[in-house]
Design a protein around this ligand. Structure first.
Ligand code: C2E
Ligand code: CA
Ligand code: CA
Ligand code: CA
Length: 276
């Protein structure tokens, strides 16, 4: 039995080592590929349920390796966060988003805003807020066209620091969305203290919204957002039945495969042209 246990332990250690090596290899590749411009920012349209018009897009990172394969952000974002690379990548994302806002204005789509995802390590950096304000100023973009998507987990450490940062961003006119609401560490009491503009209903709640008795959470979040005078956007909308339910609940905006998948910049511009 002892021998067996020892062997088991060795397998376990081998597995850990493999995992660590895999991780380090991926991080090295990500660093190289980032410096060789293999990261792309794609855009997924967000539409008003009332007018059917595109009101914005969520910017989503794509990593295309040298052999043309895509690696999912679900895999590489955690590695970028773990390694600290997310700081540089995040700066690049915000810069790209500002460039995109400028392009949209130039092409006459001046009602379209761009949302970017912000990771906790990015937010923790002391100069995060000033950096963003500087970047929007350098690009001369209207601050309200840039939206930051943060998750409630950001409140896990030092809520007051977070609240102060958000207030400062808000003062500058930058828009703030609470992403994946209801899936993480949340305290409803903070919701009221934070200067959010939008509440994003997580895909997991939208997913089974049309199953009997399964829409309670989504409905409640939509209602809560409306009561708080926030814009409410549902993500992961995949069919007409879900849209109909969201409309009935008075959800303001939608995003999902039913309308469009995330796409490269040129395709997004063409999508806007067609949707005009
Ligand atoms: P997220 O912020 O919750 O983004 C929404 C995800 O849902 C995206 O996955 C999007 O492609 C996917 N999605 C949108 N509509 C539908 C739908 O109708 N059905 C289904 N099944 N999925 C849909 P993606 O692009 O793979 O990104 C995954 C996550 O990676 C994001 O989740 C976000 O947390 C993170 N991420 C992506 N880009 C960035 C970035 O620039 N910075 C940071 N920090 N994180 C990012
Ligand atoms: Ca998001
Ligand atoms: Ca989300
Ligand atoms: Ca998510």
């Amino acid at each position: 039995a002892k021998k067996n246990r020892e062997q088991h332990c060795m397998y376990y250690m081998q597995e850990m080592e493999d995992k660590t090596l895999w991780r380090l290899g991926m991080i090295r590749q990500l660093r190289t590929d980032f410096s060789e411009n293999r990261l792309e920012l794609w855009y997924q349209p967000q539409l008003s349920l009332e007018t059917g018009k595109v009101i914005g897009a969520e910017a989503l990172l794509r990593w295309r390796t040298a052999d043309g394969a895509f690696i999912s952000p679900e895999i590489f974002i955690p590695l970028a966060e773990y390694s600290g690379l997310i700081i540089e990548i995040g700066d690049w994302v915000i810069n790209q988003a500002c460039l995109q806002i400028t392009t949209l204005e130039e092409q006459g789509f001046d009602q379209v805003s761009i949302s970017v995802n912000v990771s906790i390590p990015q937010f923790r950096r002391s100069n995060f807020v000033d950096n963003i304000i500087e970047t929007t100023k350098a690009h001369k973009v209207q601050a309200s066209k840039l939206e930051l998507e943060i998750t409630e987990n950001i409140l896990m450490d030092e809520p007051q620091v977070v609240i102060d940062s958000l207030l400062k961003l808000k003062e500058q006119g930058i828009s703030i969305a609470l992403d994946d609401f209801g899936t993480g560490y949340s305290s409803l009491s903070y919701l009221q203290k934070l200067p959010f503009d939008r509440l994003k209903v997580d895909r997991s709640f939208v997913n089974d919204i049309t199953q009997p008795g399964q829409s309670l959470i989504a409905d409640t979040i939509i209602n809560l957002g409306k009561q708080m005078n926030l814009k409410v956007i549902a993500e992961g909308v995949e069919d007409l039945a879900q849209e109909a339910h969201l409309k009935e609940q008075g959800c303001h905006e939608v995003q999902g495969y039913y309308y469009a998948k995330p796409m490269p910049e040129q395709d997004f511009l063409a999508f806007l042209q067609k949707n005009k």
